[in-house]
Write a protein that binds this ligand. Structure first.
Ligand SMILES: Nc1ncnc2c1ncn2[C@@H]1O[C@H](COP(=O)(O)OP(=O)(O)O)[C@@H](O)[C@H]1O
Ligand SMILES: [Mg+2]
Length: 364
């Protein structure tokens, strides 16, 4: 996986200048930064031979003991249908236990979809499902524990003046440096590219957002929360064809999805573009208090075509360190390309993860 490290050295001042050109092979060098977070290339089983592994079965008692009785102090996150707890199994292995507290059609469906998908899909940038608990009325999924918590939490921790230790971040959290943000972007892109282009059948995630991207102790990123994921082969109208059935999260929804309710690979790409904006600015995708526009996309789009304008809106945390201008230019190019209005003009997820191949189509 190439890094975001190749590009023009000139400082572009116009949208025209800003369009990337073909860029030759990506360099292997890294940005100077306080905490290099090496990207680990994918070493996964052949995707055309999905392996259905037998899942470990946990009893309710085991998970109850592992999480100190599902103690509030062990909560590391909250989802739509319950809490996620940090647990320690009797074997000593640390895990994340996602408990389905609010049973109901939608919650049960998402639980089953996530378990089913993660039982057969394996990739270094996809969260690992270790097992499940299905006992009486209890439902829980047991995952590899991601010590860095979710990407949004890591960005928010950067707002604090001191390292943060909380139940949500059980490792003291330092602000996420620029290099770590690049690696998080590349890791998340690799996970999504795997779902889109290597998994068989191809999978749409349908809820790409910074709280569904998880970081390990080295800040390597994994895609999580596949509860809304669907096979891309399912007829689009069955993904929800009416505004009343809109799935996903406001702030991340692609314009065409808002209009016709049809998800596609390119609506995932759009949501990934919003995550890139969060990495750049540290800001929330929707903030009613933001004066220019509550939507981060609306706020930032006018600034993506000029490095000077974009630099004025970077997360102050990353402005404290040296940032390579060519890398930033590529990052801006990819972000702008992912957020193009017409889905057909957006890059594929694999292309977005390989910046030298991006052809930025400004017309949309
Ligand atoms: N494996 C994990 N390791 C650490 N934290 C996790 C893990 N899985 C989930 N979390 C935390 O719990 C939150 C909710 O989990 P998620 O899978 O997104 O649930 P939901 O489907 O209900 O949205 C995440 O945003 C994250 O903060
Ligand atoms: Mg979630």
């Amino acid at each position: 996986m190439p890094c975001f490290g190749n590009g023009r050295t000139k400082d572009p001042h116009s949208c025209e200048d800003h369009r990337p050109t073909c860029r030759g092979p990506a360099p292997q060098g890294r940005l100077p930064g306080p905490r290099p977070a090496p990207y680990v290339p994918a070493q996964h089983p052949r995707p055309d031979q999905p392996q259905r592994q037998s899942l470990q079965r946990f009893t309710y008692g085991e998970l109850h003991a592992a999480t100190y009785g599902f103690s509030e102090r062990r909560v590391v996150g909250e989802g739509g249908f319950g809490y996620v707890y940090w647990g320690r199994l009797r074997s000593g292995v640390h895990v994340a236990v996602k408990r389905l507290d609010r049973r109901g059609q939608q919650g049960d469906r998402e639980f089953n979809v996530e378990v089913d998908m993660l039982t057969r899909l394996h990739h270094p940038n996809l969260i690992t499902l270790l097992g499940v608990c299905v006992e009486d009325d209890h439902r829980a999924a047991v995952f590899q524990l991601m010590h860095g918590g979710c990407l949004r939490g890591a960005l928010d921790a950067g707002m604090a003046t001191e390292p943060v230790t909380s139940t949500a971040h059980f490792l003291p959290r330092h602000p996420l440096c620029w290099t770590a943000r690049l690696n998080a972007a590349v890791g998340a892109a690799a996970g999504l590219a795997f779902l889109h282009e290597e998994a068989r059948p191809s999978i749409l995630h349908r809820d790409v957002k910074s709280t569904n991207i998880l970081l390990d102790e080295a800040d390597c990123a994994c895609i999580g929360d596949l509860g809304l994921a669907r096979s891309a082969a399912v007829a689009p109208h069955r993904h929800g064809s009416h505004a009343e059935t809109l799935n996903g999260t406001f702030g991340y929804l692609a314009p065409e999805y808002m209009l016709n309710g049809q998800h596609s690979h390119k609506s995932d790409v759009y949501a990934f573009g919003v995550v890139l904006l969060e990495l750049l600015t540290g800001q929330q995708p929707v903030d009613p208090m933001r004066r220019s526009a509550p939507s981060l996309v609306q706020h930032m789009l006018p600034h993506l075509c000029s490095i000077d304008r974009a630099q004025a809106h970077l997360d102050p945390v990353i402005c404290r360190e040296p940032i390579s201008v060519p890398q930033l230019v590529i990052f801006l190019d990819i972000t702008a390309a992912c957020l193009l209005e017409r889905p057909q003009n957006r890059p594929t997820m694999t292309t977005a993860a390989q910046p030298q191949h991006v052809t930025y189509t400004a017309a949309s």
